[in-house]
Design a protein around this ligand. Sequence first.
Ligand code: C2E
Ligand code: CA
Ligand code: CA
Length: 655
Amino acid sequence: MGAIGPLRKLRTLQTRRTRTDKVSARVRRLLVRTLYTQPLSLAVGAFTTVGAAAVAAWVSGIPELTVACFILAFIAFARIVAAFGLSPDKVGNSTSMLELVYEIGAFSYALALGSTAAYSIWIAAETEVVVLLVANALCYGVGVCARNAGRLTIAVGQLCLAVLPVAMASFLTGQPAFIALGATIFGLIAGMLSIAINIFKVLRDSIASAETSAQLADKMQVLARTDVVTGLSNRAGLNHSMVETMMSISEESRLALIWIDLDRFKEVNDLLGHPVGDRVLTEVARRLRDVCPSSTTVSRFGGDEFVAFCPIEDRKHAEQLASEIHAEIMRPMRIEGDRLEVRASLGVALLPDDGKDADTLMQCADLALYHAKVGGRAQTCFFDKSMTRDLVRRREIEDELRLALQRDELSIFYQPIVDLETGQIRCFEALVRWFHPEKGELRPDEFIPVAEETGVIVTLGNWITAQAARTAATWPEDITIAVNLSPLQIRAPGAALGMRNALKEAGLDPSRMILEVTESLFIEDNHATANFIQEMSGIGVQFALDDFGTGYSSLAHINRFPLSKIKVDRSFVSGPHVGKKSDAIIRAVAEMGNTLDMEIVAEGLETIEQVKAVKEAGCTLGQGYYFSRAVPDYLAAMLLAQERDGEKRRAAGGE
Ligand code: C2E
Ligand code: CA
Ligand code: CA
């Protein structure tokens, strides 16, 4: 093989190298690393080559060779020191610097070795000395060329500097044997060039492909840990960073795990569609990222749940952060021109106060979140040990609720709904009560959600309806009865038939039965629900929309259903947010009720001022402690009797 071919190849390779360098500096660094991988081999090489030169100097007694030997030893020593001192793993050591240092050492050593051998030929030293030094230079040149093929310039440079002086000196002697040696050396260079280029290519390609697959693996891992909708980390990502954080924190570190759950997000999805739902999630994610400190891991944990995991200074700091997050999420957002108010509940657990490992923290935050939701949503709860007790209590309730009916522990209380104009009772709302032999009176807020979750609500609801209908049948005919109906009850098979039977058995006119339903019912486009409402309306049963103003539902929905009453939630009457705004809402609802021929009931009236205010705002009916609490059936009957007596007396007095 001629020397020109490999040289051209080398040049093209050099150009490609520059390109490769541009593509991946890391590949280049890895290749340079191959120069530094075994500093010990450098030492061994130096020992043998310097040793050979020393033997030659000693055998021949030529002083120049002794000097050459010292020069070689000095360069070798400097190189070994540099190789051990400069680590490619150190960030400060740039690739070019590492390469340059190696180049200077390698080139000067190869040149010294080649020149020493050439000198021995030139001065016609003894044959064994020449053989030793020439073999030394050639073997070194060949060996090092293969070793350093990772950086071609260095490999070829070393080869040429070690062997070319020998070839030159050989030619200059003019002796045929030496001329033949010089020619052989050129053949050797050509052969070695081709070998080095091949090694270089294999090395470069395998490093590059290993790099590519490593990068791909990195990318896949990032993708597997990222939520596609929001770009936040997902559950796997959160787990990963929690494990990493837990391993790197010190004894004094404090962390907060904030679990955020959007309230009634399903309604946003159902009402406005999934694309809007996704936009809401993305916006919430953006706000979370903005409001949380940069060291926080923010992740989307599930459908509408987010978890923020962040270092904090103390509990106060966590409280402040939680309240900022809450305020930020609740700030109205504009999505596709629509103004949306998203509400969220937050559960917070702290490390190390509440737990020392990730699992415990998650459990605590989950429990705290559950409390925030049960406690009326749109609030933040910090974990407290009593919550574990509450959970136990909830489990007990779950177990005992089924038995409560058989044991006759449940009863129904009746709360009057009063005509604000005349002050007379028009209706009673049936409210269930549980008198537990050990736990005392349990609030429906505590067990109705459990009954709904476990499905017991269907049996329970049927019993309540039947009981309430029977009681109402004993009242004067102009008094109606309102019964709360859970969506699950309506969707249960045979719901309409059950209701008909209850009315028939009690002998109650269907028009005296008012079913109180919540907005969530209208949002799910359920056939069973629609059929039930239609069938019930068909026989004259009335529907009332309960807790109006607490959901997402718009006024537009109200029109689509046969509602005879709207009950404005008590938070508009007596909550902490009562003010001009809630007054305006009541007015608007009352006006609409007037137009659509619906009655507006104000819930939770506790004072005469509230009664006057809602009446003035246009409500026609009122319910609340101001008039009466929910009372047992015999007291309800007594209230009615008193009222009728009073009327009779007034009528008699008037006569
Ligand atoms: P709701 O339907 O909004 O019932 C009104 C609740 O407000 C009742 O609480 C009632 O006692 C309370 N309330 C009435 N007037 C006032 C007032 O002036 N101030 C205040 N602060 N509260 C007042 P209760 O009986 O604890 O019921 C809570 C919820 O449990 C009910 O809210 C209803 O959603 C559910 N519930 C009660 N009984 C039943 C039932 O038989 N079936 C179903 N499915 N749910 C029921
Ligand atoms: Ca109700
Ligand atoms: Ca209500």
